[in-house]
Design a protein around this ligand. Sequence first.
Ligand SMILES: CCCC(=O)SCCNC(=O)CCNC(=O)[C@H](O)C(C)(C)COP(=O)(O)OP(=O)(O)OC[C@H]1O[C@@H](n2cnc3c(N)ncnc32)[C@H](O)[C@@H]1OP(=O)(O)O
Length: 303
Amino acid sequence: MSKTFDELISKVTEIPMKKVSVAVAQDSAVLEAVRAAKDRKIADAILVGDEVKIKDVAKASGINIDDFELVHVADDIEASLTAVKLVHDGSADMYMKGLIDTKNFLKSVLDKEVGLRTGKALSHVCVFDVEGIDHLLFLTDVAFIPYPTLDDKVSIINNTLEITKACGIECPKVAPLAAVEVVNPKMPATVEAAELTQMNKDGKITGCIVDGPLSLDLAIDAEAAKHKGATDRQIQGDADILLFPDIHAGNLVYKAMVHTANLKNGNILTGTKAPVILTSRSDSMEVKVNSLALGAVVAEFLK
Ligand SMILES: CCCC(=O)SCCNC(=O)CCNC(=O)[C@H](O)C(C)(C)COP(=O)(O)OP(=O)(O)OC[C@H]1O[C@@H](n2cnc3c(N)ncnc32)[C@H](O)[C@@H]1OP(=O)(O)O
């Protein structure tokens, strides 16, 4: 079981090297990340985009891309569809966002002919290794489904369980989050959190323990849980998966943590045929490399 990001990365060295297909690769941060990932034997890459621009960006940034396969497609949307098709057809193991906006990138993932749909709802998960927390934290969905329905939330949990399993975590604890830890009919997120908990008790969501609604402090801080006397809860500061009520809550927490706390993280889309690396433009090179490592572990697990 991986308890830290370093443990997760060390798993990658034990599996055959995976290949990532990059959509609109003319982005220095992305090129730097795939270079580092190849040098650390995490993943090889196929760079899809405007060849002249890719070479210019690489040259200007001093990044050697001579040993990467390059596929020239000048138009960004076409490049994303070409890049995702390489994964769809099995020529690459994972798909990564380059210099293309999130919406168009996600549209290529959802493309009916060449995309990576599986028939399941697709969602996003961030894996955090936070100083002071002795296990990995999985945040979902901070980037894909804007306002998940109850059914979407069931899919998000099931998608995330695939990732926790790939990381060797058996029966993780899932906290459907809200502003409070009791049901308030005026706060739909609390009502749905209780419904998810009941579905888990009824055996409709399996392979995990669901306990909600929970406030963030009760979910991740054992001291806070003790202080608030939450001794009857299944989760007392030891949640593995943080399920957010909507994209705004999740994305704000994600960015607040990434830009203030001492942590390591990697992000991928789940429910897809193959791992999809979707990081924010402001994410560091390390986050992109970590995401590739996470993607490689998941690609091996899904094989
Ligand atoms: C880690 C930090 C990174 C970030 O900060 S990212 C920034 C925040 N994220 C975003 O801005 C993306 C938010 N999401 C969106 O904009 C949209 O949901 C998204 C993904 C672009 C889809 O939008 P549209 O193309 O307008 O989708 P639509 O509702 O018209 O549906 C088109 C077809 O796609 C399908 N679809 C949409 N979301 C899906 C999902 N989650 N799982 C599976 N299928 C999905 C939808 O069912 C529809 O299919 P069909 O054509 O009817 O067969």
